[in-house]
Design a protein around this ligand. Sequence first.
Ligand code: GLC
Length: 553
Amino acid sequence: MTQLEQSAAPGAEWWRSAVIYQIYPRSFADASGDGIGDLPGITSRLESLKELGIDAIWLSPFMTSPQKDAGYDVADYRDVDPIFGTLADFDTMLAEAHARGIRVIVDLVPNHSSDQHAWFQAALKAAPGSPERARYVFRDGRGENGELPPNNWESVFGGGMWERITEPDGTPGQWYLHIFDPTQPDFDWTNEEVKEEFRSILRFWLDRGVDGFRVDVAHGMAKEAGLPDYAPVADADSMGGGEENVPYWGQDEVHDIYRDWHQVLAEYDGDRALCGEAWLPTLKKTALWVRPDEMHQTFNFPYLMTPWDAKALGSVIRESLEEFGKVGAPSTWVLSNHDVVRHATRLAFTDDNPQGEGIGPLTPNKPDTAIGLARGRAATTLMLSLPGSSYLYQGEELGLPEAMEIPDEFRQDPTWFRTEGKRYGRDGCRVPLPWEAGAPAFGFNDTGASWLPQPAEWAAYARSTEENDPTSTLALYKQLLRLRREHDLGSGTLVWEDLGADAVAFRRGDIHVAANLGTAPVELPANAKFLVRSQPFTGTALPADTAAWYTAS
Ligand code: GLC
């Protein structure tokens, strides 16, 4: 291998090169018509995913939940919430997906449960120091009468990280830890009973036939012993992406948990996989999550957070292949999910904060939708040519922008409530999908109900509209996925090329890939023959905010 040649790690397991499509069940397709998507809705639309050409789906949580954090607050890990259907609906969905060659990954939320979980309810009724309390992180408060929280940690959703309870006898009592909302108490992962419970939950879903798990907050489960005070640096990413040595993020003890889970998955056939959601300050640290005996994949958030800048993008790709390569894991790539501003909008941000805190009616200098879409299409064209596994988020194949005008009264993200409206939060990327331009709720269901309002201009993004337009974003995604499969681009090596400071360029075998992140056109070889262009152009000058795959021999 030459110095400039980089490869995804060897091995033939499906997850090393898969394109995995994230379904946010609330907003994908709603068979019951109540305005919230469901499992039968997913089953009814699987054929469209097969046509799209993805390899697997990841479903955000559909387990029993009071929905205080859109299902990331689980009250029963072994059942389906009635708003999404039943276990039988899940089994049908799984069988139908498998019948189409689509693998299924489910979301597992092990850092915290819902406060309505039977264990937490039992803990509230039990005494301080009891085994029931020991499953969570209960502590006495500071101050003369325990009236101050045990430490100064701040919740990701705003406000303090501790909630005080009233003891069964009516007196003000202990405090419990919640990295997120007070309705999401953190488990104590030093407790053997918690570990055993989650092994059993993994087996429950593996026995049903799932192909793997996306592990929620995989960097938060272990806390530094003694729970020392910690104040985040100003403007830090609250999920821990920008800081070293945070006592509740990225603690070494989490690795033992994943080694244990790796063994559980290895008992099953079919290359079942774990993918960790771990927001960590460096790729070097992120790669520790995917050492050979730990998780199989972890999300590449440094890649997602990279602004639209050729130098930054080139180096994050180089470093990703290098760091994941060192531990024998594939790199993953991701541009959008249910927690960030959609990339067809985010890439048009003019400041250096690609994560954003949501966009709403009062946000100043909103990103330009046309620029965002051009960059979004170019970014995906580049991403789907990279070796490793790529994640797509539902709706990005339509080029959906962030919904930026959701009226306040519809908002549901706890971030919005916990910060008293200072941060809009994540509702703008969670709006139900438009399937059919002229239909009620754009075909999300038959009734027209929708848990978040769909912008009227989304008729232009509806799948039915885009299906008939060869220049649509949907047509582009289908073409990219087909070519990626045909040329086996998910595995193999990458050779860097130099097309100037504004371009990211490399070769995958005979296929050259170039993206122009500058403002002036970038000249490609005169004999370039295009396989795919992120937007139409003639000649061989690659326009600004455009990417292409071509051969030149
Ligand atoms: C993860 C999820 C996010 C959720 C949080 C708490 O970051 O992706 O949606 O709010 O965990 O469970």
